[in-house]
Design a protein around this ligand. Structure first.
Ligand code: NDP
Length: 496
């Protein structure tokens, strides 16, 4: 029998093995060793979890709670996450290989989602409409949707879950979560805190397993009212199609190929740091990676020289070591995909200025999944390396001459998740920010997110918004209530 720790699904307030009795293995990307086993859930488990969530939505304690009491539970979950931040961060690093500094920063910041939405729970007010009809009282209520399915990827499991979970619960929904098969453990650990916070059984459930099997069963379940998905554009399209068949709402946070634009009046040393954080932080495995660096012709050589020098000093190594700056790639398929794109860029004629292959220095330990920080110059926007999401530490640099040309290149792409603009001119900053078709624009900064500010994509980068008050609206539906105060019912054959 395996001595590895086993993690079970969480359904109706209980940690349980799947109905299949099977488990799948989860790897530590730095040691390339299996460190735990996770319940391999099936469509039957998805059904049980959704039934539990539906029962919790319609009966028992949860629907009877006042918005204030519900908000207090969500807030308490935030407190418990704060107290467990280090443990959760270490699990994330073990499962996805991201840096301890980054994951600890995330886990310390995540409680804010629960505090913010917990506070918002009792501030969502309907309105009384001064309706254009005599003797009628009309008002609106904002009501929860029902059972919400949350499907998350492997790159920032708890952060991207919290974008969804905190708002969905504060709005009064119940939830079934399907984490990525590569990074399920932190979400299951979070369920210990959900239980400790005192959520009634069935309000939050987790089923673990594979997207095509248990993820799709969840999306297709007739009791699921809404699907919130973060992941790749192809899987997102499949999820959207399946949700459409059941006429379900969908929030989709998908891929990106974000332009990071450096103008000739930028503070160049700051812009170098912005470019580095856009692509090498998190080993480039973030949807908001600034993977297309647009540099103005007049500063191109100077800027690229500084950038390559800075990138050369990036320290690869054990992600648990606080001194490490670039960790391993999270999964073997992702590692293969990155190397494939490096080969494509070389074949397309892009000029490799740094890296360009696997990394296997002693600091990379036993991991087989390190890729050198890689920079390609001389990229044109038509090349695949400029158009397709790599999701790794591979930067494409494109040269431009004028502001209009930069805007055209920035927008000439199927994605629209984010963009960076580096300039000291406020006029230029506003003009370019308004012209770029993307959901987030950073000026003289990069890779900033907050629970307060809406996040989501234009074009193929997604649908709907997470975070902020807009993020809460995604989990509510509006009911209009009409009360007649008239003495009698008028002519029944005429619309009132
Ligand atoms: P995937 O799209 O492969 O998977 C995301 C999640 O969806 C996983 O839990 C996966 O399960 C599940 N899934 C896959 N197929 C289906 C399906 N048919 N029905 C239901 N669920 C399904 O993405 P990755 O996990 O590989 O994550 C990387 C991608 O996520 C990148 O392309 C990146 O751009 C995107 N991303 C977007 C973000 C954003 O906010 N816009 C943020 C972070 C990442 P399983 O893995 O178990 O098969």
């Amino acid at each position: 029998m395996s001595a590895l720790p086993k993690f079970n699904a969480y359904i109706n307030g209980k940690f349980e093995a799947s109905t299949s009795g099977q488990y799948f293995e989860t790897f530590n990307p730095y040691t390339a060793k299996i460190w735990a086993e996770v319940a391999h859930c099936t469509a039957d488990d998805a059904n049980h979890a959704v039934q539990a969530a539906w029962t919790a939505f319609t009966t028992g304690e949860w629907p009877k709670l006042t918005a204030t009491a519900r908000g207090a539970l969500v807030h308490k979950l935030g407190d418990l996450i704060r107290d467990s931040a280090r443990e959760l961060a270490e699990i994330e690093v073990r499962d996805n290989g991201k840096l301890i500094n980054e994951m600890l920063g995330q886990c310390n910041y995540i409680p804010n989602w629960y505090w913010y939405y917990g506070g918002l729970a009792d501030k969502i007010e309907g309105s009384v409409i001064p309706i254009d009809k005599a003797e009628v009282f009309n008002y609106t209520r904002h009501e929860p949707l029902g059972v919400v399915a949350c499907i998350t990827p492997w790159n920032s499991p708890l952060l991207l879950l919290s974008f969804k979970l905190a708002a969905a619960l504060a709005a009064g929904n119940t939830v079934v979560i399907k984490p990525s098969e590569f990074t399920s453990v932190s979400t299951l650990k979070l369920m210990e805190l959900v239980e400790k916070a005192g959520f009634p059984p069935g309000v939050v459930n987790v089923i673990t397993g594979f997207g095509a099997e248990v993820g799709s069963a969840l999306v297709e379940h007739p009791r699921v009212a809404k699907v919130c998905f973060t992941g790749g554009t192809e899987s997102g399209a499949l999820v959207y199609q399946a949700a459409a068949k059941g006429l379900k709402g969908c929030t989709l946070e998908l891929g990106g190929k974000s332009p990071n634009i450096v103008f000739d009046d930028a503070a160049l040393d700051d812009a170098v740091k912005g470019a580095i954080s856009g692509i090498f932080a998190a080993t480039g495995q973030t949807c908001i990676a600034g993977s297309r660096l647009l540099v103005q012709d007049s500063i191109y050589d100077e800027f690229v020289g500084k950038l390559v020098n800075f990138a050369k000093s990036a320290r690869m190594g054990d992600p648990m070591d606080p001194g490490t700056q670039v960790g391993p790639v999270t999964t073997p398929p992702q590692y293969e995909k990155i190397l494939k794109y490096i080969a494509v860029a070389k074949a397309e004629g892009a000029q490799c200025l740094l890296g360009g292959g696997p990394a296997n220095t002693p600091e990379c330990g036993d991991s087989k999944w390190f890729v050198q920080p890689t920079i390609f110059g001389g990229v044109t926007n038509q090349m695949r390396i400029a158009q397709e999401e790599v999701f790794g530490p591979v930067l494409s640099i494109i040269r431009f001459k004028t502001d209009d040309e930069a805007i055209d290149i920035a927008n000439d792409i199927a994605f629209g998740l984010a963009a960076g603009v580096w300039t000291q001119s406020i006029k230029r900053a506003i003009k370019v920010s308004n012209a770029i078709r993307a959901g987030t624009i950073w000026v003289n900064t990069y890779r900033a997110v907050s629970y307060m500010s809406p996040f989501g994509g234009y074009k193929k980068s997604g649908l709907g918004r997470e975070n902020g008050i807009e993020g809460m609206r995604e989990f509510l539906q509006t009911k209009s209530v009409w009360i007649s105060t008239a003495a009698d019912v008028p002519n029944p054959f005429v619309m009132r």
